[in-house]
Design a protein around this ligand. Structure first.
Ligand SMILES: Nc1nc2c(ncn2[C@@H]2O[C@H](COP(=O)(O)OP(=O)(O)OP(=O)(O)O)[C@@H](O)[C@H]2O)c(=O)[nH]1
Ligand SMILES: [Mg+2]
Length: 303
């Protein structure tokens, strides 16, 4: 029998291109939260695909953007380190959006890295209007036409939402990986700590329940996960906002936003744990939490 292939693949790109959606689609399970708000992902989320062909350890990374604070800088450097150290890189592009400044930043960075790149044109279900712009950008950075870049650069149009061409993407990725022993046991899907996933779930539900835009001011910290019995887990989470006025927005009229968030988050957590969850949510104001190293460490953003 052929030797299995195994390696690390980093999924990088500008924010909101569908990186987390892609990871969840490939793993057929929710391991990373998704929202239409930019900068949803704040940590590296590792998801592991096991197949007959071998094993791919995917790293879903925070979207690369122009950082305005310490949190943003950490998010960018996390994505860059992950790409640099991978066996292959998926540069995930939103092909329904024009090339922008952030995308130029990403391509310039990736061009300097060693691992082979698959440029995956995502959201192809929306028509892929701007694909030629992205190809031109890569050709400019590499200084050669795409036809001369075989082996180091491959392009695949995909849809992480409908699953179009994901098979093809996986085939190219496996071909880039070295043969060798598996790095993770075959029954593990993600090594992302449960506590951080629960915090992310609260954030995802808040994004979907809030009408007003304060998502970038929000951080969630899970302070307690206690197994009360075989059937019940108690989870306590604190939602941090930067200003008093934002506290009101998170709580909502008569507490509705917070209540709806809690109820949706609890349902997701119950699915993950396959048991009942009692979820307690509180909201606290903490100015400048984005500069607070200790809190960023507790949230797993700084190691
Ligand atoms: N139409 C369409 N929408 C998609 C597709 N993939 C993702 N989306 C949507 O794009 C939005 C962003 O998806 P995410 O997966 O959160 O994007 P991301 O790249 O992880 O974003 P950050 O974590 O903020 O960097 C969500 O509203 C998704 O539903 C796709 O193939 N087609
Ligand atoms: Mg994401």
């Amino acid at each position: 029998m052929d030797e299995k292939r195994c390696g690390m693949v980093s999924i990088v790109g500008r924010t909101n291109t569908g990186k987390s959606t892609l990871l969840n689609y490939i793993l057929k399970q929710k391991v990373a939260i998704v929202s239409c708000v930019p900068q949803t992902t704040r940590n590296i989320v590792r998801g592991i695909l096991n197949e007959k062909r071998g094993q791919i350890i995917f790293m879903d990374t925070p979207g690369i953007h122009k950082p305005r604070h310490r949190l943003g800088k950490y998010m960018n450097s996390m994505a860059e380190d992950s790409a640099r150290g991978a066996d292959a890189i998926v540069h995930l592009v939103d092909s329904s959006e024009r090339v922008g400044e952030e995308e130029r930043l990403v391509v310039r960075e990736l061009c300097r890295y060693k691992p082979p790149v698959v440029v995956a044109f995502n959201k192809i279900d929306l028509g892929g209007k701007f694909i030629p712009e992205y190809i031109r950008l890569w050709e400019e950075c590499k200084g050669r036409p795409i036809t001369e870049l075989a082996g180091t650069l491959t392009i695949v149009p995909v849809s992480a939402l409908t699953g179009t061409n994901i098979d093809q993407l996986l085939e190219v990725l496996f071909s880039y990986l070295p043969e060798g022993p598996l790095l993770y046991p075959e029954d593990i899907i993600s090594d992302f700590p449960e506590r951080l996933l629960f915090a992310d779930i609260v954030r995802e539900k808040l994004f979907s329940c809030m009408r007003q835009e304060v998502p970038h001011s929000i951080a969630v910290l899970v302070e307690d996960v206690v197994e009360r019995s075989d059937k019940l887990t108690y989870i306590r989470a604190v939602i941090f906002v930067e200003r008093d006025s934002q506290k009101g927005i998170v709580i909502g009229d008569k507490g509705k936003t917070l209540k709806d968030t809690g109820s949706l988050a609890r349902q997701d957590m119950e699915k993950q744990l396959e048991k009942k969850v009692y979820l307690e949510l509180t909201v606290k104001v903490k100015e400048n939490w984005k500069q607070d190293e200790q809190l960023l460490r507790q949230m797993g953003i700084i190691m």
